[in-house]
Design a protein around this ligand. Structure first.
Ligand code: AMP
Length: 393
């Protein structure tokens, strides 16, 4: 094993196939990264917590263990010539250590910033990127101060390891604020002012080693129980809002100096303003439809950025819609949903299943994508296909 002191130096040659790439995290995002890398001819492996994780099922090689375990990390380093992550809740010290030997993209600092809401908000404030008003909460006094400054309703969000609305409580009355913080285990939190938004949207952007970036069009996202339910791309908004979102996403990628794929989630306010809600330094659920709709999918862009290749095209061949398939569907169907109905109903439907064995409410098990010249019709067809699998059509 050679020790390379500066694996990210710009003049380092790109990694071409069949180099071996490693992703930390064996969920569906890791799985789709591996599939994109394999299609391009790379050897692609995963650090996963279980042998049967969605990523491990398709990987050329797997290292099973936790990213904080030293022996696991060493084994992973020895097999991966370049490293990426499937999501931001990975050990930043592990990434920092790996980056002494291998290119790690995104870098540990980007991941460290995005994995904690206090650091993420401070980053947005520091760079003048519009976002909801916020206050740090680390004591009862700070909870009360947040209510005074932000007003009500207010949202308390745990700083670490929150996703899909987990670790969040809406506070409607000042007298409930301290109790809400108790319910969150008195963990470090951000308090956010309530945003009166008409829609939620996102931009997926890829940034290469040379600093060049490529954006997909703005996506319109609808959530159910705080979990992404549907995405339509391009979002039906005016050209100026679409341009503003794009410029903000590029600004975030540049300010973070990230290499790889990044998703910026926005609130579209009733007053027309865009506010950044969250930053995810990796491919995102709202970008899954790029697999069918764009010349290079968000996962291919991740491969390209990790390897130092030029980025691929992001113009959509046609508008597209994606609907998520959550575990609830399996529960309602009383077993495996009737994919035969959906596939026979509309041959334009692309079905993606992640190979997860235990359907639980809210668990992302797969998704459907439809391309159509009319984005609304794409969404309608995708929803119809999802209804079909319960025998409802
Ligand atoms: P997050 O995990 O921060 O993306 O929040 C999950 C969901 O809660 C968002 O998709 C919004 O629907 C809602 N939400 C979060 N923050 C706010 C806010 N400041 N104002 C209004 N709704 C919010």
């Amino acid at each position: 094993m050679s020790h390379r002191p500066d694996p990210d130096r710009p003049e380092a040659p790109p990694l071409f196939p069949p180099a071996s790439l490693g992703v930390i995290g064996g969920g569906q995002l890791g799985r789709m990264f591996l599939q994109a890398a394999q299609r391009m001819g790379y050897r692609a492996g995963v650090l996963a917590e279980h042998e049967d994780a969605p990523g491990a099922q398709v990987a050329h090689w797997s290292v099973v263990g936790r990213d904080q375990d030293v022996a696991t990390l060493r084994a992973f380093r020895d097999r991966a010539e370049a490293v990426t992550v499937e999501f931001e809740n990975v050990s930043a010290p592990a990434l920092r250590w790996l980056s002494r030997f291998r290119p790690v993209r995104p870098g540990w600092k980007t991941v460290w910033t995005a994995q904690n809401r206090l650091r993420e908000k401070a980053f947005l404030t520091r760079h003048g990127i519009p976002h909801a008003p916020w206050r740090p909460v680390r004591s009862v006094e700070e909870v009360q101060a947040a209510v005074r400054v932000l007003g009500l309703p207010m949202i308390l969000k745990t700083a670490a390891s929150g996703y899909d609305g987990k670790g969040q409580i809406r506070v409607d009355a000042a007298c409930r604020a301290a109790a809400a913080w108790d319910d969150l285990g008195r963990a470090a939190c951000v308090a956010e002012g309530w945003v009166d938004f008409v829609a939620e949207a996102s931009v997926v952007v890829a940034r290469g080693r040379d600093g060049r970036a490529a954006c997909y069009p703005l996506a319109l996202n609808r959530h159910d129980r705080h979990i992404l339910d549907t995405t339509v791309m391009p979002a039906p908004v005016g050209p100026v809002v679409a341009m503003e979102a794009r410029e903000m996403a590029l600004g975030v990628a540049q300010a973070l100096e990230t290499i790889g794929v990044l998703c910026v989630e926005f609130f579209l306010g009733r007053d027309g303003r865009l506010l950044v809600n969250e930053i995810a330094p990796r491919p995102h659920n709202s970008g899954h439809l790029t697999i069918e709709a764009a010349p290079a999918s968000q996962f291919e862009q991740q491969v390209r950025a990790v390897c130092g290749l030029p980025l691929g095209g992001t113009d959509l061949a046609r508008p597209a819609a994606m609907v998520n398939l959550l575990g609830d569907l399996w529960i309602q169907a009383g077993g495996e949903p009737r994919w035969d109905f959906a596939l026979a109903h509309d041959p334009g439907v692309s079905l993606h299943l992640y190979g997860k064995q235990d359907p639980a409410p809210g668990r992302k098990m797969g998704h459907l994508t439809v391309l159509d010249p009319d984005p609304e019709s794409a969404l309608f067809r995708a929803l119809a296909a999802r209804a079909c699998v319960l025998g409802k059509m």
